[in-house]
Design a protein. Structure first.
Length: 174
């Protein structure tokens, strides 16, 4: 079994209702894009976001075709970094550095820039060989604060006593 096959075979790690709501509201009904998604009792509208967005699409995604995910550029007024990677729904995302045959295209739309349609994006965004992951790390470093030291797990002197012996009681719950 390859790493991608193992990842794809892994079970969904969320409760049934949460998974069902996630699929229904975000994929089937498109509630986030339509401004109907409610979180914490309040509607969430992409247009209200003021933080930069890093969005990833894959060239051959059968679940979320890249031209449909590229519409994020129409649904917000903030800076959008859109990355289009080779591969499909799974292989495009699980695209670790050193994996042969991977490539991506990257475009940034500043908050005050006009929309660039998908075909012009495809024609203008230079194709780069390799994994997109290092590009994401660069983006994260640029948009993140300074690093902090995290106390070790189970550091009673820091106020973090261990909750249970490894692997933790939650794995034993039915």
């Amino acid at each position: 079994m390859t790493d991608l096959m193992a990842w794809n075979a892994d079970a969904t790690r969320m409760p049934y209702r949460m998974h069902s709501d996630y699929l229904r509201k975000l994929f089937l009904d498109n509630d986030l894009a339509e401004g109907r998604l409610v979180a914490g009792g309040k509607p969430v509208a992409l247009m209200d976001l003021r933080l930069p967005i890093f969005a990833v699409g894959t060239e051959r995604d059968h679940v979320a075709p890249w031209r449909s995910t590229y519409k994020i550029n129409l649904q917000t007024e903030t800076e959008v970094t859109y990355l289009l990677t080779s591969g499909g729904h799974n292989a495009g995302i699980v695209s670790e550095p050193g994996h042969p045959g991977r490539s991506f295209r990257l475009g940034v739309k500043k908050a005050d820039q006009n929309y660039l349609d998908p075909e012009r994006f495809l024609a203008q965004a230079q194709r780069k060989d390799g994994s997109w992951w290092p590009e994401w790390v660069i983006w994260l470093k640029h948009h993140s604060g300074s690093l902090t030291t995290v106390p070790p797990i189970g550091a009673p002197e820091a106020g973090y006593p261990p909750l249970a012996d490894a692997p933790g009681a939650y794995v034993l719950m039915q």
